[in-house]
Design a protein around this ligand. Structure first.
Ligand SMILES: *[C@@H]1O[C@H](CO)[C@@H](O)[C@H](O)[C@H]1NC(C)=O
Ligand SMILES: *[C@@H]1O[C@H](CO)[C@@H](O)[C@H](O)[C@H]1NC(C)=O
Length: 284
């Protein structure tokens, strides 16, 4: 009699523990599964967010994040009045894969720049409170979708990759060709043909070496992007103050100096990942 009762209590206790436990698992499930499973909704995905390295969860990946670029692809560089933007004329072979994208392949679509005309200032991107006056953002879409437009409707549709660029005393000779093209788009609406090599050639070598943060973000309100922020601290892409003037000289639709500042958004409990292909964690 006593034994039987003891048994029943114990079973109930186990059941209770089991229920508690499975609730716990299901409520944190998406934090555990992201970035392996990117096709899931979050309460908010507005980006960019303010990144604090102490809040990031470390993820070791087997392969480095790799960008494979075809330098001969034809693009158009345009002053939109809000940014300097580059988009491909035709479909692209250039793509990004590996790292937290695992085997998925995301095809290059466009890139754009964000800057602060104040050379001491920051763009919208800050890591541990620190930024730089120039940021480049590249946009890729998942090749499991037919095209960019279709990808916009899916939570794993896009990858938005950002680099902070240092402005310093040293000239970046690889920037010269891009600089010459930028001089031709001072006024809003002006555009010029440019090949991918001129656009990427001065920063894409910083790709495989970089450490990066990643989180579920958005792209112009789509809620469909994985945002990756490359954070190489001591070996960042750079241009000189003189070269930076091609951004400072751009004009918006009113003929005023163009710049595109924005406050970072709140994280709202989204996962924040710090990824690298090695075991070592050398955060700052
Ligand atoms: C994108 O793909 C969808 C589905 O195949 C198709 O209906 C649509 O017309 C395509 N859009 C463009 C811009 O090519
Ligand atoms: C990973 O981190 C190590 C040590 O911090 C660094 O030397 C290495 O370049 C990084 N690797 C990649 C692929 O980012």
């Amino acid at each position: 009699m006593f034994l039987k009762r003891y048994f029943r209590v114990k079973v109930q206790l186990y059941l209770l523990l089991y229920v508690l436990d499975s609730n716990l698992i299901s409520s944190t499930e998406y934090y555990v599964n992201w970035p392996e499973d990117k096709n899931q909704a979050f309460p908010s995905r507005t980006s960019p967010i303010e990144i604090f390295s102490s809040e990031a969860k470390y993820v070791k990946t087997d392969r480095p994040l790799t960008f494979l670029a075809d330098y001969n692809e034809k693009n158009i560089l345009i002053n939109t009045g809000k940014t300097a933007s580059v988009h491909l004329k035709y479909s692209s072979e250039s793509h990004i894969t590996g790292g937290i994208l695992y085997r998925d392949i995301y095809i290059y679509k466009k890139c754009r720049f964000f800057w602060n005309n104040d050379i001491q200032g920051d763009t919208r991107l800050r890591i541990d409170g620190e930024g730089t006056p120039l940021e480049v953002q590249m946009v890729f879409y998942n090749n499991k979708y037919n095209n960019f437009t279709e990808a916009l409707n899916n939570a794993d549709g896009l990858v938005v990759l950002s680099f902070l660029i240092d402005i310093g005393p040293e000239e970046n000779l690889d920037f010269n060709d891009f600089e010459n093209h930028m001089k031709k788009i001072k006024t809003t609406g002006s555009k010029v043909d440019i090949i991918s090599g001129s656009v990427f050639g001065w920063f894409d070598e910083y790709f495989e070496r970089s450490h990066y943060f990643a989180y579920p973000g958005d792209y112009e309100g789509c809620g469909c992007a994985t945002s990756i922020v490359c954070v190489t601290r001591h070996n960042r892409p750079y241009i000189s103050e003189k070269q930076f003037r091609v951004f400072q000289n751009l004009k918006n639709v009113d003929g005023e100096p163009l710049e595109n500042l924005e406050q970072p958004h709140a994280r709202h409990g989204r996962p924040l990942i710090y990824a690298n292909t090695t075991q070592e964690i050398l955060l700052f």
